[in-house]
Design a protein around this ligand. Structure first.
Ligand code: PMP
Length: 401
């Protein structure tokens, strides 16, 4: 008899399951709008040229594969935190802001959440309804036991449910951790305005709530990394203590290299030593120390003005294509007289669009047209190309009849 006999099978992760059945589908005009990864207008993954260039430099200068420090590569964490928070050199020098290299954005959330659960005795966390499906699992695995949601998506208006959002924050118990998407909210593509961010900050300050910013898409909302960092920098300017995770999966196309950073913002240098020592224990007990290649590649680009410029230009090209596809989808749907209003497609930002299609529509589109999207109706706009956009728009029109 097997020792594994009582293991219960967990349900599959939707996005990876869909990718698998998509790859097995041999229908000639199939379309993949599932996974959050950039695609070219040929529908291909994009190996960003400046990343390739930097990798070559990394390889040429690599002399050994010794361990990195537990906190990772300092040239990377410093530049990454600066990319997000702006001019923080002085705070970095005094130590009240520091970064921890992480296993991409997920790893940053995981280490940060475990720290908050263990050392700040946080038990309750809030995430937007809806959010990236992994937030719940990561926080529960990190020691939180009370998962709550704040309202975010207004189904009827296909816009931000501001009143609901503010009301839920106002009712959150002190010391709750609030996961906030820094920009390009996944899955809705809807970000608060500057005024709304100010109100969010005000409520959070009054209620003594702890912000945990999740930044997986810096540069992917507006095409400008500075603009996309506005929300996080505003919280910094308001004197908050907070954590933020960064992923370099999307904006560098380094999905499988797991390059990420977790930034701690403390309001005093008094606690830095203790905090760092406890983060050390968490990392040591979880994966001991981080991988080199992705972080060194990002660091090479961020610390070289010429390469950085090239990367910023590439981001503009990628976001430009996404914006073009949003516009084209909306125009196509409007021209076809598709039932409903479609302004939300262009009002939304970043990689994703929350289309408002129901689970039944999603199933119909997959079965009849071999167009794959998440059950929630979320599509990855990058999966649209000049070749398949008419096909997708016509299929949506048919699904809604
Ligand atoms: N947060 C959000 C909102 C995301 O969409 C993602 C990627 N899908 C991540 C974090 C982390 O991704 P990764 O671990 O690949 O960096």
């Amino acid at each position: 008899m097997s020792i594994f006999r009582d293991v219960e099978e967990a349900s599959p992760i939707e996005v990876f399951h869909l990718m698998k059945i998509f790859s097995e589908d041999d229908y000639p005009t199939k379309v993949n709008l599932t996974v959050g990864a950039y695609r070219t207008d040929e529908g291909k993954p994009y190996y960003i040229p400046v990343v390739k260039k930097a990798e070559k430099l990394v390889l040429e200068s690599t002399t050994n594969h010794e361990y990195l420090p537990i906190f990772g590569l300092e040239s990377f964490t410093k530049a990454a935190s600066q990319l997000l928070l702006g001019d923080i050199v002085q705070r970095q020098e005094e130590g009240s802001i520091f970064g921890v290299q992480s296993l991409s954005g997920s790893g940053a959330l995981r280490v940060g959440a475990e720290f908050l659960a263990k050392h700040l005795k946080c038990t309750t966390f809030y995430y937007s309804l809806p959010t990236w499906e992994n937030h719940h699992l990561i926080f529960m695995n990190s020691g939180f036991n009370d998962a709550k949601t704040y309202r975010y998506w207004n189904e009827e208006k296909r816009s931000l449910d501001c009143d609901g959002f503010f009301e839920d924050l106002s009712n959150a118990p002190e010391n709750s951790v609030i996961i906030l998407h820094g920009c390009a909210h996944n899955p809705t593509g809807l970000d608060p305005t500057k005024d709304q961010w100010k109100q969010i900050a005000e409520i959070m300050k009054e209620r003594k709530l702890i912000p945990f910013f999740d930044n997986a898409y810096q540069g992917f909302a507006s095409g400008d990394v500075e603009k996309d960092a506005w929300s996080v920098r505003y919280f910094l300017s308001q004197g908050f203590e907070f954590l933020c995770s960064q992923s370099f999966a999307k904006n560098y196309g380094l999905y499988n290299e797991r390059a990420g950073n977790l930034t701690f913002v403390l309001n005093s240098t008094d606690n830095v030593k203790a905090v760092k020592s406890q983060v050390t224990m968490i990392v040591r007990g979880m994966y001991s120390n981080p991988p080199n290649h992705g972080a060194r590649t990002v660091s090479t680009i961020l610390n070289n003005p010429e390469l950085k410029e090239e990367w910023l230009d590439t981001l503009k090209i990628m976001t430009g294509r996404i914006k073009d596809m949003r516009k084209a989808l909306r125009e196509n749907l409007e021209q076809l007289g598709t039932i409903g209003k479609w302004n939300h497609i262009t009002d939304q930002t970043g990689m994703f669009s929350y289309t408002g299609l129901s689970a039944n529509h999603v199933e119909y589109l997959r079965k009849k047209y071999h167009i794959y999207m998440l059950r929630s109706g979320r599509i990855n706009i990058c999966g649209l190309t000049n070749n398949n956009i008419n096909y997708v728009a016509e299929a949506i029109t048919d699904a809604l009849v």
